[in-house]
Structures are given as C-alpha cells and as structure tokens.
Design a binder for this molecule. Structure first.
Ligand code: ATP
Length: 135
C-alpha cells in the first residue's frame, strides 16, 4: 500500500484536522486539486467549498473550508483557513439562519456590503450542501 501524507487543517481558533491521509482533495482558487504522497510542492489560495480526504483506514472524510491557503509538500498538506469544520460539526440551524440573513441583506437592504453578503451567502450554501448531499 502507498505511503500516507500528513494533513493539517488549522483555523485561527483551532486545529481542525491533524492526521494521516491517503489522498487529499481541496478547492484551490484556480480549481480543485488532489495531493498524494510525493506531490510537487506548491502553494495556493482556497475558495469556499469542501475538502475531502481518505484517512489512513480508507474512510472518506469531508470538511467545510472557507478562505486561506494550502501548502502541499511531498509528505504533508497544510491548510490555513479562515474557517473550517468537519461535516459532522456543521450546525444546520446556524447555516440556515446565516443563509436567510445574507438573502435578506441582498434582497432588501439598500446600503449593503454586497461582496460581504455574497460571501456569507456562499459559505451558508456550501455548509448546507455538504450536510445535505453527503450523508
Ligand atoms: P455565522 O454568521 O453563523 O457566524 P459565518 O459564515 O459568518 O456564519 P464564519 O465566519 O465562516 O461564519 O465562521 C466563524 C466561526 O464559526 C468558525 O469557527 C466556523 O467554523 C464557525 N461556524 C460558522 N458557521 C457554522 C456552522 N453552521 N456550524 C458550525 N460551525 C460554524
């Protein structure tokens, strides 16, 4: 069996993941990328979306991620994100409330920070999609 890589996902608040993985797939700004052991080193910014990886036992794991960077080294992937949480830690009610707030701002408020509201909407939609579509 091929060797594993180390995956670390860190936010300003906590270490969300620190474990071995067989493969890591993450949403880079220029497109989704996958990393296996021995990958050429690279650095990229991240989009809001889903990181998925296979843990050392081959189980698929999913995480929400928003903002930040990924660094791939031949034996390690480090994700420094503004926010990230494991699928099972996503609070559906909170994401629905965030979605509603963002929709109201975009629809009704005149003096709205459009970019900020749009980004909040996108985070909420990605969180909800992750918990609804990948059970
Ligand atoms: P909210 O308006 O509900 O705070 P947000 O999209 O603005 O949503 P973020 O700025 O992405 O929130 O995240 C702030 C912190 O709250 C992070 O630690 C993130 O992991 C956590 N968080 C945000 N929304 C959820 C959620 N629905 N379930 C679990 N954790 C969440």
């Amino acid at each position: 069996m091929a060797e594993n890589i180390t995956l670390e996902v860190v936010t300003p608040e906590q270490i969300v993941v620190s474990e071995d993985a067989q493969i890591v797939v993450a949403p880079g700004t220029l497109g989704e990328f996958g990393v296996l052991i021995g990958h050429t080193p690279f650095l990229t910014t991240l989009k809001t979306g889903t990181i998925h990886y296979k843990d050392a036992n081959g189980r698929e794991r999913f995480l929400f991620v928003s903002g930040g960077f990924a660094e791939a080294l031949p034996d390690k992937v480090t994700i420094l994100a503004e926010s990230a949480e494991r699928r099972q830690d996503i609070d559906a009610g909170r994401a629905k409330a965030a979605l509603e707030r963002a929709q109201n701002r975009l629809e009704k408020e005149e003096d709205v920070d459009f970019v900020r509201a749009k980004a909040a909407l996108e985070r909420a939609l990605h969180r909800l999609k992750l918990i609804e579509t990948r059970q």
